[in-house]
Design a protein around this ligand. Structure first.
Ligand SMILES: Cc1cc2nc3c(=O)[nH]c(=O)nc-3n(C[C@H](O)[C@H](O)[C@H](O)COP(=O)(O)OP(=O)(O)OC[C@H]3O[C@@H](n4cnc5c(N)ncnc54)[C@H](O)[C@@H]3O)c2cc1C
Length: 431
């Protein structure tokens, strides 16, 4: 259902000022909507893009990296003239036999011919399945909803591309090949392979790492602050109640102690948060309760075992039964402080995290000093593979009902870039 409001008069509210809400706000403004307000419960934009300041340095507590292949994002970064740093060293994959960069690791298992076939198979698959290329997860071809390991068994030619990248994709918090639907990993990798034939050819030999990886000198959140400067964001506005059955077809929003009326709302918070404030229909409640997330911690700690610029993925532990291990550690600042990302079962506290980090550092003959900061996150909203199609098709059928649209990271894959793209997409499709 399309929204057919008057651009000069319609009052539109966006709930949440993470990347998704900001992207929607920007795109509606670009389309000429005059009365767009973004409500954010915290006192800053960003959501899962956050920073923690320590001894005059800002550390990312959520999103860190972006790729040069994320063209829409790179354009915005350039437009706002933000300082970025290129990741100089290649990612390392650590396993029991030692540490390898991606090329060394891959060449242990696959010859050039197999890698070329793998790349061409992926290119063909993404031509045949537009859902790999385009935002959204509705109407996904059933074979792409299978868990990644089953999907690769059915499509062995793709293994040379996806097996070496397993520790990267899993380490970044996207579940496990044994349970995460293949479509998520295919979508994550696709941007690295789009582009000119020349880029494609060069990526054959780098398995996706031809694109350069960057982080923000002063933290990712500073970019979102610049990006959102021309938007009407109301901070410290914790939405407690939204009533869509009021008089005059207006949507009534309770904001702190006051009430405001709107013609249309866009929910850009995680859907489980929306359960707390939206007057949900039975179908909405059923849908929102199906969403699953992982406990994904980012931890800043002081240790002496990595050189600045290094990033490790621990491949030997990327299986479901090993949940609770460290999956990714990166030292991207120049002062030796390291950020680790851990996918942990619920109920683990800081002493457990410290124990894990200490064990890791000592296994690499390093010295562990102390934990500086721990940020728990509800990461990677997704649904089980068996439910993927029914879930997203039903969610799509809710778009526009009661003048309500849904746009959070559940709609696509949990990355800043995909949130930006989905925000643009939903505005172009429905507004
Ligand atoms: C540890 C970690 C590492 C990551 N690393 C990367 C990376 O390297 N690269 C990358 O591209 N992506 C990365 N991501 C993913 C990326 O951060 C997310 O995909 C993206 O930021 C999600 O944006 P969003 O706007 O959909 O949701 P959110 O960021 O969750 O934003 C939702 C907003 O809604 C607000 N809100 C909630 N309830 C209410 C309410 N009742 N009233 C008002 N406001 C409300 C919240 O405060 C929040 O600001 C990482 C994420 C984490 C957690």
């Amino acid at each position: 259902m399309n929204y057919s409001g008057n651009k000069n008069e319609s009052k539109i509210a966006i709930i949440g000022a993470g990347m998704t809400g900001l992207s929607v706000g920007k795109e509606l403004k670009r389309k000429g909507y005059k009365h767009v307000t973004i409500y954010e419960k915290k006192d800053s934009v960003g959501g899962k893009v956050g920073i923690f300041d320590h001894e005059n340095i800002s550390y990312d507590t959520g999103a860190v990296f972006f790729s040069s292949s994320f063209t829409e994002l790179v354009d915005e970064v350039r437009r706002h003239n933000i300082d970025t740093v290129k990741v100089e060293k290649r990612f390392q994959i650590a396993e029991s036999k030692g540490n390898f960069n991606l090329d060394e690791y891959r060449s242990q298992y696959y010859c050039g011919r197999k890698i070329l076939i793998s790349l061409l198979s992926f290119a063909k698959l993404s031509v045949l399945n537009s859902k790999i290329r385009l935002p959204g997860l509705n109407n996904v071809s059933p074979e792409l909803t299978l868990p990644m390991n089953l999907f690769l068994e059915q499509n062995p030619s793709l293994k040379p591309m996806f097996i070496p990248l397993k520790s990267m994709l899993v380490g970044m918090g996207y579940g496990f090949y044994e349970e995460t639907p293949a479509i998520y990993y295919l979508k994550l990798l696709y941007p690295y392979f789009k582009g000119s034939i020349k880029e494609k050819l060069s990526s054959i030999f780098n398995l996706g790492y031809s694109a350069e990886t960057y982080y923000f000198q002063n933290g990712y959140q500073r970019f979102l602050c610049e990006y959102s400067k021309d938007l009407d964001v109301r901070f410290s506005s914790n939405i407690k109640k939204i009533n869509r059955n009021g008089s005059d077809n207006k949507i009534c929003i309770s904001i702190n102690e006051s009430t405001e009326y709107f013609d249309c709302i866009i929910i850009a918070t995680p859907l489980n948060d929306a359960l707390n404030f939206l007057d949900c229909s039975e179908l909405e409640i059923k849908q929102f309760q199906r969403v699953k997330c992982y406990n994904y911690y980012s931890v800043q700690f002081d240790a002496d075992f990595m050189s600045p610029g290094e990033t490790f993925f621990y491949s030997e532990i990327n299986t479901i039964d090993k949940t609770g291990e460290i999956l990714l550690a990166t030292s991207y600042k120049q002062n030796g402080i390291i950020t680790a990302y851990l996918h942990l079962p619920s109920g683990k506290d800081t002493s457990y995290i410290e124990h894990k980090l200490k064990r890791l550092v000592e296994s690499k003959n390093g010295t562990f000093n102390k934990i500086i900061h721990v940020t728990p996150n509800n990461y990677f909203p997704h649904v089980d593979w068996e439910e993927l199609n029914s879930f997203f098709n039903e969610l799509e059928s809710l778009q526009g009902k009661n003048a309500t649209f849904f746009a959070s990271s559940i709609m696509n894959v949990e990355t800043v870039f995909e949130c930006l793209r989905y925000g643009q997409y939903i505005c172009r499709k429905y507004f």
